[in-house]
Design a protein around this ligand. Sequence first.
Ligand SMILES: Cc1cc2nc3c(=O)[nH]c(=O)nc-3n(C[C@H](O)[C@H](O)[C@H](O)COP(=O)(O)OP(=O)(O)OC[C@H]3O[C@@H](n4cnc5c(N)ncnc54)[C@H](O)[C@@H]3O)c2cc1C
Length: 292
Amino acid sequence: MGISERFKRAFKGKIKERVNLKNYSYMHTGGYAEQLFLPATIEDLKLLHEEFNSVDIIGNGSNVLFKGNIDRIAVISDIFNSTISVVEDTITASAGISLPHVARVAYENALSGMEELIGIPGTIGGAIRMNAGAYGKTIFGLLKNITVFNMKSGEITNLNMSELKPTYRDGGFDEDNIVIEAELKLTREDRNYMLNRMINFSINRRMRQPMGGYSLGSIFKNPKQYPAGWLIETCGLKGKRIGGAFVSQKHANFIINDGTATSKDILDLIDLIRTRVAEKFNVELELEIVLL
Ligand SMILES: Cc1cc2nc3c(=O)[nH]c(=O)nc-3n(C[C@H](O)[C@H](O)[C@H](O)COP(=O)(O)OP(=O)(O)OC[C@H]3O[C@@H](n4cnc5c(N)ncnc54)[C@H](O)[C@@H]3O)c2cc1C
């Protein structure tokens, strides 16, 4: 797939050809991308918009499963990770900065609100798209402003926060909007109190979730009535394996890649889980992860 000479000359970030996507998903599976872009500036996003009109994007890839080969993708993590500033009770962070890093900066500045989110391995942009959350706290509960680049119009705007309707694991805004920066409003707090909370949340996560292997966290959203993990476990599927993919013994809503799985293994296991849960409970499990 050709890229114009004008684009190649003007693009400040990196362009990679024929990239193995497994290095860009926490599941460590996937096909190949013919072209992978690491935009360095807003101008690079504008160039992508002019050249291709629309491009799929990822952040850290901690919630993305690549189904197979794709033509092109842009990664909003490496480069858009430079700016973070604290003014009074507000942290402004560019989209590629990781949630754990923002949580640490918040802690250093005695600003509370991020403690629950410290174990989520995504970027600010990915977290906002997914309305990431843990222990009753979601990123949207902290957001004061979101600045986006719109891939269709090529314009930079601030989203109107009062019009947004985020839901469970969905920021609820137009797919064409790429988050480039966000402002988080936090609350001044005693650092020792914050540290204790962060330690407790981290311990709790370690106790409840599998460590090691490749995974995307929870595969399915929790239906209203029962946690997805309980439904899957009750179907006797803990440990169920297809190829190199298996259902975690520790938390049945986690699928682990033992290092040899393909995306097809993961997708087949997802299908099997859905079928069994639907047969037994008449519940349709909905994916939390994003398929690209
Ligand atoms: C071990 C583990 C534990 C996890 N625990 C939790 C948890 O407790 N709670 C939770 O909510 N999630 C959890 N997750 C899932 C994941 O970390 C979050 O969904 C995270 O917010 C995804 O961020 P990311 O940058 O990795 O996004 P990606 O996985 O790269 O992308 C996810 C989606 O966001 C979009 N996106 C990425 N960047 C941007 C941007 N700048 N602008 C607009 N859209 C963008 C992508 O197009 C895609 O649709 C966990 C994952 C793992 C591996």
